[in-house]
Design a protein around this ligand. Structure first.
Ligand code: URA
Length: 424
């Protein structure tokens, strides 16, 4: 087998055999296939696609490049959620303890943010003392004790994807549905969860800008999960405007704690409860406590406290706060008809909440708090949003990103929060 054969097969629009895929992924992971050869193959896949069998083989080969975790020793069924990412998407924080409080075991391996979307680990690291890296034994310990664990994926999990994702990032080959689906699902299947709920975001703040593309990605991932024996369902959800009112690491932790205390913005509560019900159903847990009740009776909050303190987090210490704030005022009275998720995400990133390169630090206190959401009536001169940063020289660039981000005018044409549900 040689790399040029594999590249030209896909370049010419033909199907890759299982043997070609296995060989290429294995040789690339070992360093026997050059980065430029894999880049050429990734571009050929982006342009010519892969069919269901090829995507399944590609995913299986990436899983086989590393270890596969096994939670069969637990006394509860496992369930996880994966979101394709968006602005203000802090749902994992209240959701993992909530699903655990209702009877699921939630082993969640999460990532850090890059660009305008935040990462769950960055958010949790804003809690003083909280530690993202756990050994396999520690992960099992937290899972047994709290019912949920959120931590960083070790380097042994789907190493082929780790290498390939970094390459795609710099070769214009991220936006391929077969490559995105196999990248996400190889990690989730290797993580060893028995059931999985996918939250595929749609809109300006998401990877997938249209419902059609999001549906195709969701369908591909549901097929991959199902073929690998993981009970998988997907929701398509709105990301044309930010989720909740807080965007930025510590700000989102504070909002998540409000949800766990029985309050919080209605869209965050609705999506958290719906995803928790989907996780329980996918895991086959019926007749137990309903997630809405677990938010009201404090059991989800108790689980959150156990889960965070088990990883060194000090929940009595104050969360980091940015040194400087600037309030943006409504320029007119009327209905806020549009508030663009992508522009708000870029502004929060420019304030220091996100990173441009993987190795950059994030500012935990930076971000944006919204005072109005699309559909709300605002009065001229009242606060629309507050920008938070440690470095006031960042305000002008953040404000540039917000200059066309909102409209006060006619009634909004918004995507419904939950657009669609896909099952195998
Ligand atoms: N997230 C991933 O893990 N992989 C992709 O390809 C895109 C988003």
């Amino acid at each position: 087998m040689d790399a040029i054969d594999v590249i030209t097969t896909k370049r010419d629009g033909r199907e890759l055999s299982r043997e070609q895929i296995d060989w290429m992924i294995d040789a690339y992971t070992r360093g026997a296939v050059a980065e430029e050869q894999m880049a050429a193959l990734a571009m050929a896949v982006l342009l010519n696609g892969m069919d269901r069998r090829e995507i399944a083989d590609w995913t299986r080969a990436m899983i086989a490049s590393g270890e596969r975790m096994d939670w069969s020793g637990l006394d509860r069924p496992t369930a996880d959620k994966h979101s394709t990412g968006g602005v203000g998407d802090k749902i994992t924080l209240p959701l993992a303890p909530l699903a655990a409080a209702c009877g699921a075991a939630v082993p969640q391996l999460s990532g850090r943010g890059l660009g305008h979307t935040g990462g769950t680990l960055d958010k949790l690291e804003s809690i003083p003392g909280w530690r993202a890296s756990l050994s396999g034994t520690e992960m099992l310990g937290v899972l047994r004790d709290a019912g949920a664990v959120v931590c960083a994926a070790g380097s042994g999990l789907a190493p082929a994807d780790r290498k390939l994702y970094a390459l795609r990032d710099v070769t214009g080959t991220v936006e391929s549905i077969p490559l995105i689906a196999s990248s996400i699902m190889s990690k989730k299947i290797a993580e060893g969860t028995g059931s999985l709920v996918l939250d595929v975001k749609v809109g300006s703040g998401a990877f997938m800008k249209t419902v059609e593309r999001a549906r195709e990605l969701a369908r591909t991932m549901v097929e991959l999960g199902t073929d690998a024996g993981v009970r998988t369902v997907a929701l398509l959800t709105a990301m044309d405007r930010p989720l909740g009112l807080a965007v930025g690491n510590a700000l989102e932790v504070a909002e998540s704690v409000e949800v766990l205390a029985g309050g919080g913005p209605s869209d965050v509560v609705e999506l958290t409860v719906r995803l928790a019900r989907e996780m329980l159903a996918a895991a086959g847990i019926t007749g137990g406590k309903d997630p809405e009740d677990a938010l009201k009776d404090g059991s989800a909050m108790d689980t959150w406290r156990r889960m965070i303190t088990a990883q060194g987090g000090d929940l009595d210490a104050p969360l980091p706060r940015a040194a400087e704030t600037h309030t943006v005022l409504a320029p007119a009275s009327g209905v806020l008809s549009h508030l663009d998720a992508y522009a708000v995400g870029v502004a929060a990133w420019r304030l220091g909440a996100g990173r441009a390169r993987k190795e950059d630090p994030v500012s935990f206190g930076a971000g944006i708090v919204l005072h109005a959401k699309p559909g709300d009536v605002v009065q001229e001169g009242t606060p629309l949003m507050t920008l938070h940063t440690d470095d006031p020289s960042r305000f002008p660039r953040a404000q540039d990103s917000l200059s066309d981000a909102y409209t006060i005018g006619p009634a909004p044409a918004l995507l419904p929060l939950i657009i669609d549900r896909l099952t195998p």
